[in-house]
Write a protein that binds this ligand. Structure first.
Ligand code: AMP
Ligand code: MN
Ligand code: MN
Ligand code: MN
Length: 277
């Protein structure tokens, strides 16, 4: 079993179509892949899943905890679930409203055309990543990092705060769709160990199931610490690359430290709602 349970297609801010991700997963010896687009459910009907690969239905929800943005991955979900579909529609509307407000701010700075740019793309969920790409394509910043810094981060000239639902609402929406709720990339929120412990406690209190203990760019110390914190709470362990593009500096599909013998004991595939061999 070689899982990658977190990556993005061009339906959110990934660069490639889902079929590309499936083929790359096979090339990289991944056996179980979840495409987890931001606030977006994948329509799998036209996908050709290669033999030897299992596609685990998933998504990544943007949520809020103590005024911070936290990401919750949903795995093994029923994509036909009406409550989850309704939740996702509301998230996509929040995203359109946020990006439209950014467009107004950019127009005030004589930068026009963002909405046309987005409409020319295959994306269903609009993200700040797209805004950064647009700004770079128009020559407003050498690369996405710089565009983020100048325009999109708090304090940037086109920044608009997001109004995400609480993590408990995201967990509930995933579980109403029979899914497993996973705290995404916990080391990327800039929290101290004690604050991260509080986040995990609240996540668990709200019914959360699992924690990503391995992902792209994680180091050994962080991974060991996350495995310990996850096991102390009796939560399950998940892992994924968070791959977005083969062209940029993202971790490749399947190319992150494996769960390892310590985390395998409470691996996500032991969860009662994991339905895949
Ligand atoms: P949003 O969910 O609309 O706030 O967009 C966030 C997405 O933008 C993330 O999932 C990343 O893919 C991307 N992103 C966030 N920060 C940066 C950054 N500093 N440079 C490049 N991409 C970023
Ligand atoms: Mn992203
Ligand atoms: Mn994320
Ligand atoms: Mn992600």
């Amino acid at each position: 079993m070689n899982v990658d349970l977190h990556c993005h297609s061009h339906f959110s801010d990934g660069q490639h179509p889902p079929q590309f991700l499936l083929d790359r997963a096979v090339a990289n010896n991944v056996t179980h892949l979840a495409i987890t687009d931001h606030d977006c459910l994948l329509n799998c009907s036209e996908l050709k899943v290669p033999p030897g690969l299992t596609l685990v239905p998933g998504l990544e929800i943007s949520a809020s905890w103590r005024a911070m943005e936290i990401h919750i991955v949903g795995l093994s979900i029923d994509a036909e679930s009406k409550p989850l579909q309704d939740f996702v529609s509301r998230q996509q509307q929040l995203r359109r409203d946020r990006i439209s407000a950014m467009d107004k701010k950019l127009s005030g700075q004589n930068i026009s055309g963002l909405l046309d740019y987005l409409q020319s793309k295959p994306c269903i969920s609009w993200t700040r990543g797209h805004v950064a790409e647009f700004l770079v394509s128009k020559g407003h910043g050498k690369d996405m990092q710089r565009a983020f810094k100048r325009f999109l981060r708090p304090g940037g000239s086109a920044h608009v705060a997001a109004q995400w639902p609480e993590i408990g609402e995201a967990i509930a929406a995933i579980q109403q769709a029979s899914g497993i709720a996973v705290l995404a990339h916990p080391g990327r929120y800039g929290l101290t160990r004690s604050k991260l412990g509080r986040l995990m406690d609240d996540f668990q209190q709200d019914g959360g199931d699992a924690v990503e203990v391995s992902y792209g760019s994680i180091n050994y110390v962080q991974r060991t610490s996350l495995i310990t914190m996850t096991q102390e709470r009796g939560l399950y362990a998940s892992a994924g690359s968070d791959f977005h593009s083969a062209e940029r500096q993202w971790t490749d599909i399947g190319k992150f430290p494996a769960l390892g013998s310590a985390a395998i004991k409470n691996a996500i595939w032991a969860h009662p709602r994991w339905h895949f061999l």
